[in-house]
Design a binder for this molecule. Structure first.
Ligand code: BYC
Ligand code: FE
Ligand code: FE
Length: 475
């Protein structure tokens, strides 16, 4: 089905904006504030450059994107929902089998608003976190990918703001303003979730963030795509289309770092990677440990009444709830989840009612996906004849949320003392020296087709263009 796109209005959309003058007015009033935010918090120093970007122009599976040079502040941030399925029903929870809702059921207003605001908050947060990265880009190809991710996270904010303004009246308009006022890392007005307040000061952090944290986005959006609130479901489905590229940028970024490091291990005098200006594998592993665990925290607590409420109401499901044939019990009323919970220095087997364990169930799907990424990275090592391997740390390691947050564990998940943690921390997570070293490598390379010495070139360019294509034309 081809959806009608309104190219004429200020805000490209397939939601019939011109038929809802009140909503259109609210969004047009928000637009200049959004643009001010973008100028202030978006990529610093590149707003006048011509960037080879893809823009969503429809929701057709083949042909939704258009590639061309555009200045970022002139990017057409649009509102796109995948077409509605006739007669879609709710696939889980207490309202299973009922028709999906086109409007917010009154009794779910608070929960839905909270979910949408939390989702929306992460999008501008990531742009803020990545604001200075362009200045140290390893190539024009990478610079363009950073900006692609940034403008699309901006569009994801639009997607949530549309829902807030369309369905939550004045409260929604206020939330939309506040989404532009909180700031990543700001002590007085931080972003909602912790991983979005951490600095992303170098490109290895960026690649780990887009691998692990954007991948949390994939799973959260997937869970919300199952929602009985149909506009949320349809919005998230389209956002997932864009998300794939963000994770591609992260995974191939880390992969290219590993590839370059292998080359240096083989060619540098005494195999000294750091002396040769590369990033040693153990340092890459510490970055993986950090961003993977921060992203595990984004799933919330393993035992959560919020998650039970969301599931019961039909607001947030499991990954592929409606389509995965392995999921047969969609009410999850009688099942349980067993978890080793810390108790008296050891562990006790706790039986959590399945509905209260939905954060954990979603996280398990996420972890499986992360394992597949690790396998692909290890293929690079294996093919080059190396014996080193990357791995994911245990779920107990370095946690800030949930049942393991109060204890200390090594990367294998064994309980350790606070003093042992202090003593070993820098072997497991990026140390000050690691961060300083990686930062020292971050020297911008902006000549088309050239790459910084710590990263290998990609295998191919974007949208069929050559690698040496001028992905960003500096003003
Ligand atoms: N940091 O029952 P609990 C993305 C709070 S990423 C700080 O354990 P719940 C993207 C929690 O709010 C996807 N606080 O958790 C990626 C609660 O507070 P209250 C983002 C946290 O509610 C890259 C308390 O702790 N989308 O799109 O079941 C670039 C206990 O809550 C954290 C979503 O997250 C934390 N990590 O689950 C750009 C989807 N974790 O109620 C974009 C929407 C928990 O005591 N959000 N808390 O004040 C949700 O579904 C849920 O809010 C969460 C938390 C899964 C995040
Ligand atoms: Fe996003
Ligand atoms: Fe993303």
């Amino acid at each position: 089905m081809v959806s009608k796109i309104d190219y004429q209005s200020k805000i490209p959309n397939n939601v019939g904006l011109s038929d809802s003058p009140k909503l259109q007015k609210a969004l047009e009033r928000w637009l200049p504030n959004y643009l001010d935010w973008w100028q202030e918090m978006g990529p610093e120093g590149f707003q006048q450059d011509e960037v080879y970007l893809r823009t969503a122009v429809s929701v057709d599976t083949d042909g939704w994107a258009h590639f061309d040079y555009v200045k970022m502040p002139e990017y057409r941030w649009g509102i796109f929902l995948t077409p509605s399925e006739q007669e879609r029903t709710i696939a889980f929870g207490d309202n299973i089998g009922q028709r999906a809702w086109d409007d917010v059921p009154g009794e779910m207003r608070t929960e839905l608003r909270r979910l949408i605001v939390t989702q929306g908050d992460t999008e501008p947060a990531s742009v803020e976190q990545q604001r200075l990265l362009g200045q140290t880009c390893p190539s024009l190809y990478d610079l363009r990918n950073l900006f692609q991710v940034n403008v699309e996270e901006g569009r994801h904010l639009w997607a949530m703001v549309y829902l807030l303004m369309m369905h939550f009246g004045r409260d929604g308009r206020e939330e939309a303003e506040e989404l532009l006022q909180r700031r990543s890392g700001n002590a007085d007005s931080p972003r909602i979730l912790e991983a979005f307040n951490k600095p992303i000061d170098d490109w290895l952090a960026f690649f780990c963030f887009t691998t692990f944290t954007d991948r949390d986005g994939k799973y959260q959006l997937g869970a919300l795509a199952e929602s009985g609130f149909d506009p949320l479901s349809r919005t998230c489905r389209f956002m997932l289309t864009e998300e794939a590229h963000h994770m591609f940028v992260g995974e191939t970024g880390v992969s290219r770092v590993i590839q370059r490091t292998i080359e240096l291990m083989k060619t540098a005098p005494e195999g000294d990677v750091a002396k040769a200006g590369g990033i040693p594998l153990d340092l890459v592993q510490r970055y993986i440990n950090e961003w993977y665990t921060a992203s595990l925290d984004l799933f919330g607590s393993e035992n959560s009444s919020n998650s039970a409420t969301y599931f019961a109401a039909g607001l947030k499901g499991r990954w592929a709830e409606a389509t995965d044939p392995r999921i047969t019990d969609h009410t999850a009323l009688n099942a349980t989840y067993h978890l080793d919970v810390p108790n008296n220095g050891g562990f006790e087997d706790q039986e959590i009612p399945l509905r209260r364990a939905m954060n954990l169930v979603l996280r398990d799907s996420y972890v499986e996906d992360c394992e597949r990424v690790i396998v692909r990275w290890n293929k690079v090592l294996e093919k080059a004849g190396m014996t080193e391997r990357m791995k994911l740390p245990h779920q107990r390691f370095n946690r800030g949320q949930g049942v393991y947050a109060s204890g200390h564990y090594d990367p294998e998940g064994n309980p350790i003392s606070a003093s042992e943690w202090e003593a070993k921390r820098d072997q497991w997570l990026p140390s000050k020296a690691d961060l300083a070293y990686v930062k020292s490598l971050m020297v911008p390379v902006m000549e088309a087709g050239k790459f910084a010495p710590w990263i290998a070139p990609p295998r191919k360019g974007i949208n069929g263009q050559p690698i040496e294509f001028e992905y960003v034309k500096r003003a």
